[in-house]
Write a protein that binds this ligand. Sequence first.
Ligand code: GLN
Length: 302
Amino acid sequence: MSKHASSQVSKPPTVAQVLARGIFALAKASDSARTDAQILLAHSLKKDRPWLVAHGESFLTPGQAERYERLIERRASGMPIAYMLASAGFFGREFIVNEHVLIPRPESESLVTEAVAFLRSRVDPMRKAQILRVLDIGVGSGALGCSIAAEVPQAAVEGVDISAEALAVATQNARRLHVHRRCTFVQGDLGAPVAHRSFDLVVANLPYVPTADIAPAPDPVSFEPRLALDGGPDGLDLYRRLLEVAPTLLYPGGLLLLEAAPPLMAALEALVKGAFPDAATVSLGRDLGGQERFVRVQASLP
Ligand code: GLN
């Protein structure tokens, strides 16, 4: 039988068959090949993962099989799943993501926990229309700022980013999470668009990867925007610039939270102490994995 004839009479593939093929195809590119293949197949079929397990003998239509095949190829080339599905979970919510924004990391969630606890401690139950001003510098997808707005109804969040494309994503996320009335986004360089303004809380997850450490393709990080990762030779270039203006951005008693990688924390803490010689406290916070992940600075009261 010719190849052509055999493909014409071949039976459509089953869920179990394409899943097995997908796992095999992803074995090199992913250390979670099974989960990835399941997520991509569920997405292609518009079902959930438990459905796949219960329907291993179901047949795919040629269109479904082709869609899945294409997703597997892209994932095998290293493309992160979050970009393929245009979605990433963060702090219990789904965020829209695309290749103009960093994929939110679980390591950043403890910074949100800290931010939310601080703001709640500032809520005065006797005040009716209290507003707590929050600034998210380098807002990206809006993961930090929109999470904070969603958790604290008194929070009014301003997000600054140099990337117009990122701001478009943050705007969509604010709408989706129904916090858009309390979130505004402005394009600009670090604190420039909000110079001479003050906030109760400032958060920043600036690019902090030392240039030489940015992983090359096919590492998933190579698909993320360099603009959101590259922190210069030692990773701290943008924080150095931000810290020149940061003290003016905080109300007395206000809090600044800066995320960085664990190996950079000592150097970042030293920079922060230099910029805030009169701070009430400067200390390090840990992520959920127990690693040092952010610097917290509380401005002193007059
Ligand atoms: N946490 C990210 C990473 O390790 C970097 C995030 C950033 O530069 N702000 O890839």
